[in-house]
Write a protein that binds this ligand. Structure first.
Ligand SMILES: *[C@@H]1O[C@H](CO)[C@@H](O)[C@H](O)[C@H]1NC(C)=O
Ligand SMILES: *[C@@H]1O[C@H](CO)[C@@H](O)[C@H](O)[C@H]1NC(C)=O
Length: 207
């Protein structure tokens, strides 16, 4: 009877641990960040103007609002005045890949762990269980201003969740700084701008 009880307790505790691990994994625990195309590298200030001074910090999956397309940060310097802000933050570094994720606990030579950290090669007594952090890479976001492509740096954590990436974003210091995502033509942002224009016109006429 005691043995059965012990086994039951072990099963329950393993279950609780596994659930905790699942919840800690940013691939299962992120907030959506919807964009109307204003963050695109093709969208200049004329069509969209915003900032990330008050962005809700934490893990974000970024999608183009009308289409549901997952968006990634550009990995090359974007000229200032794009991404719908005066200054923009681009990713100075690469995105994690699934192959990168195979963590080799022996050599410590692997530098870019990713998604497949679930699939970890382990050897003998050196093995430890893969942790959620294994799949997360630290990257640098560069602030592009008129004077420089990397005027300031923002730490960004990224994890490859196979079909999409999740980004851990911090609030920007300035209220004219915004994270770049995607390369859509800023059609939707432009449409919104035009709608606003007519709305204002109508309101003025009604006054
Ligand atoms: C994740 O990594 C794999 C390669 O291992 C790549 O094919 C895939 O595009 C990556 N996912 C994203 C969203 O970048
Ligand atoms: C990107 O980061 C590297 C260092 O990690 C730096 O040498 C390089 O200048 C940066 N790129 C730009 C455009 O500033």
């Amino acid at each position: 009877m005691e043995a059965v009880k012990t086994i039951m307790l072990m099963i329950i505790s393993a279950g609780v641990q596994a659930t905790a691990l699942l919840q800690d994994d940013p691939c299962n625990n992120y907030k959506m960040l919807y964009d109307d195309g204003g963050r695109s590298i093709k969208c200049d200030l004329y069509y969209s103007e915003s900032h990330d001074r008050f962005i809700d910090e934490g893990w974000r999956r970024v999608q183009l609002q009308p289409t549901g397309e997952d968006l990634n940060m550009p990995t090359q310097c974007v000229p200032h005045g794009y991404c719908g802000s005066h200054s923009n933050v681009w990713l100075n570094g690469s995105h994690p890949t699934v192959e990168d994720g195979k963590v080799d606990k022996m050599g410590g030579l692997s530098t870019h762990p990713t998604v497949e950290d679930g699939i970890v090669d382990r050897i003998g007594c050196l093995s430890t269980h893969p942790t959620v952090e294994d799949g997360i890479v630290n990257r640098m976001g560069c602030l592009s201003m008129f004077s420089s492509c990397c005027k300031a740096k923002y730490p960004i954590k990224i994890k490859n969740c196979s079909d999409y990436n999740v980004y851990n974003l911090k609030r920007t210091f300035g209220s004219d700084e915004r994270y770049c995502f995607g390369e859509a033509v800023c059609f939707y942002a432009a449409v919104e701008r035009i709608l606003h224009f007519f709305q204002k016109l109508r309101n003025t006429n009604e006054d």
